[in-house]
Design a binder for this molecule. Structure first.
Ligand SMILES: CCCCCCCCCCCC(=O)SCCNC(=O)CCNC(=O)[C@H](O)C(C)(C)COP(=O)(O)OP(=O)(O)OC[C@H]1O[C@@H](n2cnc3c(N)ncnc32)[C@H](O)[C@@H]1OP(=O)(O)O
Length: 231
């Protein structure tokens, strides 16, 4: 299977546009599997793998079910931003890795997938913090929590308004997050004023019983070519 993937790309290096990469359903099945794809960046990491716990699977299946209504859409997740953008990812993506995908082993760092609800300008992230995100013994580092919030709310702002940079992020850490648990990171764009995009986000346990974190953010909408092209 992996061999056929490599052969296909070797023969047709420009076969798939980044737009197609964004819509995983347009890809042949071997691009959607969770095992390693030999071509850097092509793997969609937002799909179940062996490190996912049962609660993450359950939440994923719940949102997948909701996606059948058309209200929610699963967001593919590649390991470089370049693979999310228009153009040839090989021109801008070589040697770079998105911060959240900077580890080569599944499950040890940011294990997550996102779903977007356009009608509600809402992005949710199903998140399982791995052991390499440790801060206090057994719990997630506050910086890793800020990262997943910024990425979820940031992606929500991108899908709602286009390219953005984070201008401001306020976080209240309410309850520590145990490593390995499953969380729902829930963000939505609250209001848009000119270039300013105001978002709100909270993190709760998979069952909604514990509110771990609350955050508000302000993104600065960039009107030209996406800022993240220059990363
Ligand atoms: C598929 C998925 C893909 C993947 C999606 C992945 C999502 C990734 C999300 C991660 C995003 C990041 O990490 S981004 C990286 C971290 N962020 C940064 O490095 C940003 C660094 N800062 C900057 O570049 C700049 O300061 C900007 C762009 C934010 C703003 O600069 P500017 O464009 O020149 O705007 P400026 O004139 O200064 O300000 C415009 C207005 O905004 C207000 N303003 C400016 N900064 C602030 C501020 N910190 N807090 C409050 N308000 C502010 C000003 O008062 C002004 O209001 P008024 O007078 O008009 O009323």
């Amino acid at each position: 299977m992996l061999k056929s993937c490599a052969n296909l790309l070797q023969r047709y290096p420009t076969l798939f546009t980044p737009t197609q990469l964004l819509t995983a359903r347009s890809l042949p099945r071997y691009f959607s599997i969770s095992s390693t794809c030999p071509v850097e960046g092509l793997r969609d990491f937002g799909l179940p793998n062996a490190t996912w716990g049962p609660n993450l699977h359950d939440l994923y299946n719940k949102f997948l079910e909701l996606s059948k209504t058309g209200l929610w859409k699963r967001i593919p997740s590649h390991n470089t931003i370049a693979h999310h953008l228009e153009g040839d990812p090989r021109e801008t993506g070589i040697g770079k890795r998105m911060f959240l995908r900077n580890l080569d082993r599944d499950g040890v760092g940011f294990e997550y997938c996102m779903f977007y609800n356009k009608a509600e300008s809402r992005m949710v992230c199903l998140f399982q913090p791995g052991p390499y995100l440790e801060g206090p013994p057994g719990y997630a580092h506050g910086g890793s929590v800020a990262t997943i919030i910024d990425s979820t709310a940031g992606a929500g702002a991108v899908y709602t308004c286009g390219s953005v940079m984070t201008a401001n992020l306020n976080i209240n850490y309410l309850k520590p997050i145990p490593l390995g648990c499953t969380l729902l990171v829930d963000s939505h764009v609250e209001k848009i004023e000119g270039r300013k995009v105001y978002s709100r986000c909270h993190i709760q346990s998979h069952d909604g019983l514990i509110l771990h974190t609350e955050a508000t953010g302000k993104e600065q909408n960039t009107t030209v070519t996406p800022f993240y092209l220059t990363f």
